[in-house]
Design a protein around this ligand. Structure first.
Ligand code: NAD
Ligand code: ZN
Length: 351
């Protein structure tokens, strides 16, 4: 076992350094985890390139990146009974107050006192060791790999959105955007019983990949198209208007498309966020009673996701396209930024 804690620390925009930090000790209710795999998320890349996301999340002090993670429990803090040293685990990046009305109602993703890994001012987990609240650490069965364990985070975003959309047997579903989150929404919708899923993107390579990993239909968005035209293309492709739409591109175009495409009385869930403000074709959405819902992170998805991966109903593995060591973090971030792959994974174990 190593006695150093190599950590990927973002000092400010474009200033990402690898440094040894003290190994954190678990306090009451916490466990120390020897980290194994950490996926790079679009938000990690954004903090690195821009030092901020919007006007709320600004890197002001050095912080670790990384919140899609798995590892092995290396030390148990006092009061922890459901885990032991050596357990292989996936980490839910939350820490919540457990006291507010949202926590008490089981909607802890809305807790105003939330701690969330790698979201300034909160630091992340891209290091050899990380300490985490044990109630957000979940044991992995032997047949779920560390990479799959790390992918539970983006999968959870898709699963939560699909639950918000109340997707069920036989639904036709439209997913806008074939990035990691769109793919995770597609896989979740399929597992929940959707019979046909059309995914859109501007990028033909991303659509080809989406088809390989399970989308039944794809529609490529062309630069000069109107959203209403694409909506009828989607309906033709799916054999009927989608009962449910999940927006995972952050594009204004997809917001328009989601309203025009969704079947009257259907549900349109918005996950993506690009600009601070977008517009909606309001008469269309009102006159056809489209339900619009936001979807933020996830609630109580880890065990479900672990079980769905373990039993083979969700195959998340193919999403990993590039692999790097912790020492190669900067190269890993350059690859993630290039958009060439889908999910870039960092191995934190010292060899
Ligand atoms: P990504 O950038 O990898 O993927 C977005 C995809 O949308 C890309 O493939 C891009 O080519 C495509 N796209 C761009 N314009 C499009 C258009 N007009 N129509 C269709 N597709 C288009 O991002 P990601 O990591 O997959 O995340 C997707 C979105 O979800 C982002 O906006 C991100 O901020 C958001 N997000 C939200 C939550 C949440 O809790 N609500 C969590 C994670 C990510
Ligand atoms: Zn709370």
């Amino acid at each position: 076992m190593t006695d150093t804690n190599l950590s990927a620390i973002l000092y400010q925009k474009l200033d990402l350094r690898l440094e040894d930090r003290p190994i954190p000790e678990p306090k009451h209710g916490e466990v120390q985890i020897s980290m194994r795999k950490i996926g790079i998320c679009g938000s990690d890349v954004k903090y690195w390139t821009d030092g901020r996301i919007g006007n709320h999340f600004i890197v002001q002090n050095p912080m670790l990146l990384g919140h899609e993670c798995s590892g092995v429990v290396s030390k148990i803090g006092p009061g922890v009974t459901h885990l032991k040293e050596g357990d292989r685990v996936a980490i839910e990046p939350h820490g919540v107050c457990r006291c507010c009305e949202f926590c008490k109602h089981g909607r802890y993703n809305l807790c105003p006192n939330v701690f969330f890994l790698a979201t300034p001012p909160d630091s992340g987990a891209l290091a050899r060791y990380h300490v985490h609240g044990a109630d957000f650490v979940f044991k992995l069965p032997d047949n779920v790999s560390f990479e799959e364990g790390a992918l539970i985070e983006p999968l959870s975003v898709g699963l939560h959105a699909s639950r918000r959309a109340r997707i069920s047997l036989g639904h036709r579903v439209l997913v806008c955007g074939a990035g990691p989150i769109g793919l995770c929404a597609m896989l979740s919708a399929k597992a929940l019983g959707a019979s046909a899923i059309c995914i859109t993107d501007v990028d033909a390579k991303r659509l080809a990949f989406a088809k390989e990993v399970g989308a039944t239909h794809t529609v490529q968005i062309q630069p000069d198209e109107e959203a209403e035209e694409v909506a009828s293309k989607v309906a033709t492709t799916l054999g009927g208007a989608p009962d449910r739409t999940i927006e995972c591109s952050g594009a204004q175009f997809s917001v328009d498309l989601g309203v025009y495409a969704t079947k009257s009385g259907g549900v349109f869930v918005i996950v993506g966020h690009g600009p601070e403000k977008v517009s909606f074709p309001i008469v269309n959405l009102v006159a056809r009673e489209i339900e619009i819902l936001g979807s933020f992170r996830y609630v109580n998805t880890w065990q479900t996701a672990i079980d769905m991966i373990s039993c083979g109903k969700i195959n998340i593995k193919p999403l990993v396209t590039h692999r790097f060591k912790l020492e190669e973090t900067l190269e890993a971030f350059k690859m993630a930024k290039s958009g060439q792959g889908v999910k870039v994974m960092i191995d934190c174990e010292k060899v």
